[in-house]
Design a protein around this ligand. Structure first.
Ligand SMILES: Cc1cc2nc3c(=O)[nH]c(=O)nc-3n(C[C@H](O)[C@H](O)[C@H](O)COP(=O)(O)OP(=O)(O)OC[C@H]3O[C@@H](n4cnc5c(N)ncnc54)[C@H](O)[C@@H]3O)c2cc1C
Length: 287
């Protein structure tokens, strides 16, 4: 099916883009990689009157460490993350998540910011960012604000973004020299959305867990933080007992539903196994 007709604007500055959003409010939609928005428009689940293509705004496409955190501009593609040495070496949760997202075609076009703004409960970046305790930078013509990732996701396909706001970047705090993480994803076939995904991240201090991050994909109405599992690790050595307890608590935190991808019980068990596997990988690396 063809999308409903719309006006198309392609500003080259953020201020111009924000002015268009101000003028049209809910009738306008930001276009980033188009990998979620275009299919929705073709199915006529979305019929924006104005498309604001932000791909020409160069300042939104930067991936670098800046002022004590990792800055991922909203337009940074999944592919750029997959290729990033920085992510592979310092931000393992993100480096491992990137190549798991769909297939090369989607990864070439799809953006980190678009994925977060879309807030699909089966989106992989959401959990990776929760585990890394990220913050989201947002701009409107009246100013800017920073939203902790836990407050950004509000429900399935629902975020804290206002229609006149643009997500400009996601920032990840420096995990410290002694840290590690990974992302594990079960998919029915390569390129599929997650049956279950588990993101883990651990920063160590004096041989113990200083800060843990564990988040789940595809097993709830939004990406879920397994908070009790994180708390069970904080301040402890990452040993077998701690890992087993965290894995059990992560499985408890999941809210899976039986569907074509598997039963509720099966998915909950995958959460437990993946949490354990992810934490073991981190513990081995730390040793
Ligand atoms: C076949 C297929 C398989 C996929 N598999 C996976 C998968 O396995 N895992 C996964 O995580 N994702 C998957 N995706 C989704 C993919 O990751 C998309 O890239 C992502 O959901 C949207 O990013 P985008 O840049 O394409 O955003 P767009 O489609 O351009 O936009 C998506 C939504 O976000 C809004 N938006 C975009 N950028 C901004 C911004 N800066 N500020 C405010 N609002 C904004 C748009 O208005 C729109 O509502 C898949 C997509 C396809 C088509």
């Amino acid at each position: 099916m063809y999308p409903a007709s719309f006006d198309y604007v392609a500003p080259t500055t953020l201020d111009e883009a924000l002015a268009v959003l101000d003028e049209h409010g809910e009738e306008a939609k930001v276009l980033a990689g188009g990998q979620s928005l275009i299919p929705l428009m073709k199915l006529r689940f979305a019929a924006p009157r104005v498309i604001v293509d932000i791909n020409g705004i160069a300042e939104l496409d930067q991936l670098e460490e800046r002022g004590g955190s990792l800055h991922i501009g909203t337009l940074v593609r999944h592919k750029a993350c997959e290729r990033s040495e920085l992510l592979r070496t310092r931000y393992g949760t993100l480096g491992d998540a990137a190549p798991m997202i769909s297939d090369p075609i989607v990864r070439n076009r799809g953006t980190v910011g678009g994925s977060l703004a879309h807030a699909d409960p089966q989106g992989d970046w959401g959990s990776a960012m929760l585990a890394m305790h990220a913050e989201v930078d947002v701009r409107s013509s009246s100013g800017s604000r920073t939203i902790p990732i836990d407050e950004f996701f509000q429900g399935p396909f629902t975020t804290a973004l206002e229609p006149t706001e643009i997500l400009t970047a996601v920032r990840i705090p420096d995990p410290g020299a002694r840290s590690g993480g990974t992302y594990l994803k079960l998919e029915r076939k390569v390129g599929d959305f997650a049956t279950v995904g588990v993101a883990v991240h651990v920063s160590f201090a004096n041989g113990s867990v200083d800060r843990a991050g564990i988040a789940l994909t595809g097993v709830g109405p939004l990406n879920l933080r397994a908070e009790a599992a994180e708390q069970a690790l904080n301040g402890r050595a990452l040993d077998d007992a701690a890992i087993a307890e965290a894995a059990r608590l992560a499985a408890d935190a999941a809210q899976p539903r039986t569907d074509i991808r598997g039963t509720e019980e099966y998915k909950r068990n995958v959460v437990r196994v993946f949490t354990e596997r992810g934490l073991r990988k981190v513990a081995e690396k730390a040793r």
